[in-house]
Ligand binder design. Structure first.
Ligand SMILES: [Zn+2]
Length: 64
């Protein structure tokens, strides 16, 4: 019965994919598209990585 519901993608795999250091397998990408739990974890990693790299310019507008 293990084929009815595939396992969730490992957090380390989601982090690697978000960081661009590794690519997800086909089943992992398919699962990510349909699993809200894995999507949530993945977007948290993406936000952390992108947020740390560059802050939005509108965050602190210059006082003219
Ligand atoms: Zn999942």
């Amino acid at each position: 019965m293990h084929f009815t519901q595939p396992n969730h993608v490992e957090n380390r795999r989601l982090f690697a994919a978000a960081a661009g250091t590794d690519k997800l397998e086909v089943w992992e990408r398919r699962h990510l598209h349909v699993c809200e739990i894995c999507q949530g974890v993945f977007y948290v990693f993406v936000r952390q990585l992108t947020g740390a790299a560059s802050l939005p310019p509108t965050e602190n507008p210059p006082a003219a």
